[in-house]
Ligand binder design. Structure first.
Ligand code: CA
Ligand code: CA
Ligand code: CA
Length: 437
């Protein structure tokens, strides 16, 4: 029996049942936070999929933060291709004193113009506003590259077929230091979602030794990436917390004008809303802030997932008093990412931990003896499904189960420089569909 490997997949699948019942479409990606709650699955352009934060491998004095939205972009899905929503605002928040409230905000707002002929226009101008100490300043005005629709579109509209050069030109300096990029990217999340949905089938072995199928290969997301000097965000303990969210403008109903914005999606650590928060509370969780996390603490302490694992596979995973998970996800790892007693789901990172040499990189991050990876920040190569499965399995309580989904790395190589996330797959050449003779 390939029991051990299956357990968390099973549990994940159970939690994802809501999505199954909605009827998965070909773009029903369920990565770390893709389509994880009922309401947000109706609003993909406002759906945060993944958040990354790491010291930059080529510039260790710079912190890179990447916030991705729009799950499962098929690069061939025209003529109105995927874009950032012009009626949303996208936020990256940084908490420097552990109170669950932002001290620095980077806010993105995008425009969208009509396209040529019957095509949508995927080049979007945008602003980045930095809000800190009560002061709000536009730190960048920039444009996304076009989506990677295909070589004829690129040649006709942008006079080149070299997508790399178009994307490289879209990297823009920010006022006060640092860089920004926004636009379509390869989805850097990887996982065997197809197996999970097929009632937790596993394709080979135990799941921890390869053999899975990367459901998200050849799909894209829209990414917002910033690279900022660590000196601007560092603290005495060197531990800070980061999260991302999307706000929608309030709608006017029955003639009553309701100005302002409502947060519709939020993301700190991967898989929290997907796996920890019960389905009935997922929409609420998306609307509140990390400072209001305490109301959900019991779901971290007695995770549904652990109970499901035991019911299905009788592995004796600890189901109660999971203060290990509370620490990792809500207050930080003692002496590493600890930010204080306030319970808040934030992606915490200790900015003094050096960049791991390539030869010592472990996809299992801290659990694999590599102190730079998730849950100390999150790098593009961190295998968060395997890490989460093993952590919920009780790794930090000494119960080391070889759990995993059999997909150990992304389908494409990351870039060596900012924004690091690889170029998106090409809509014309992409491998989906069936080529006819
Ligand atoms: Ca704060
Ligand atoms: Ca990918
Ligand atoms: Ca994996």
């Amino acid at each position: 029996m390939r029991k051990a490997a299956l357990v968390l997949l099973a549990a994940t699948a159970a939690v994802l049942l809501a999505v199954v019942l909605r009827g998965p479409s070909p773009q029903a990606g369920t990565a770390s936070s893709h389509r994880e709650a009922p309401l947000i699955s109706d609003d993909p352009t406002a759906d945060n999929t993944d958040l990354y934060a790491f010291r930059s491998p080529d510039k260790p004095n710079m912190l890179t933060i990447i916030s991705n939205v729009i799950p499962g972009e098929d690069p061939a899905a025209g003529p109105n291709y995927f874009t950032f929503s012009p009626t949303a605002r996208y936020n990256i928040y940084i908490d420097r004193n552990g109170d669950g409230k932002q001290d620095i905000t980077y806010r993105f707002k995008f425009n969208r113009k009509p396209g040529v002929a019957f095509l949508g226009n995927t080049v979007q101008s945008y602003t980045v506003t930095k809000i800190a100490r009560g002061k709000s300043q536009v730190v960048a005005r920039a444009s996304t590259p076009p989506n990677n629709i295909g070589p004829r579109t690129l040649k006709t509209l942008y006079k080149t077929t070299d997508y790399r050069s178009l994307a490289a030109k879209a990297v823009t300096s920010m006022k006060g230091g640092g860089l920004v990029f926004a636009g379509q990217r390869d989805d850097p999340f990887f996982g065997d979602i197809g197996a999970i949905f097929d009632f937790v089938a596993i394709r080979r072995g135990t799941g921890n030794a390869g053999g899975g199928k990367d459901f998200l290969a050849d799909y894209a997301v829209h990414a917002m990436a910033i690279q900022i000097p660590i000196a601007q965000v560092d603290t005495k303990s060197h531990a800070i917390g980061i999260w991302t969210s999307v706000d929608r403008r309030n709608v006017t109903v029955g003639g009553r004008v309701n100005r302002g914005w409502t947060q519709v999606s939020r993301l700190g650590n991967p898989l929290v809303n997907e796996v920890i928060i019960p389905t009935g509370l997922k929409d609420l969780w998306n609307r509140v802030t990390p400072a209001q996390e305490k109301q959900f603490a019991k779901y971290y302490r007695t995770p549904i997932l652990a109970g499901v694992i035991n019911q299905l596979y009788k592995l004796g995973v600890p189901t109660r008093n999971r203060d290990d998970l509370v620490a990792v996800l809500l207050t930080g790892i003692p002496k590493v990412t600890f930010t204080g007693k306030t319970l808040a789901d934030e992606l915490r990172i200790n900015l003094s931990v050096p960049v791991t040499e390539a030869s010592k990189f472990s996809r299992l991050g801290v659990l694999g003896g590599d102190n730079q990876g998730w849950p100390n920040g999150r790098r593009l190569g961190d295998d968060v499904i395997d890490i989460a499965e093993q952590a919920v399995g009780g790794f930090l309580k000494g119960k080391k189960l070889p759990l995993g989904d059999g997909v150990n790395f992304n389908d494409v190589q990351r870039l060596n420089t900012f924004p690091y996330v690889a170029d998106p797959p090409d809509g014309f050449a992409n491998a989906k569909g069936a080529q006819k003779p």
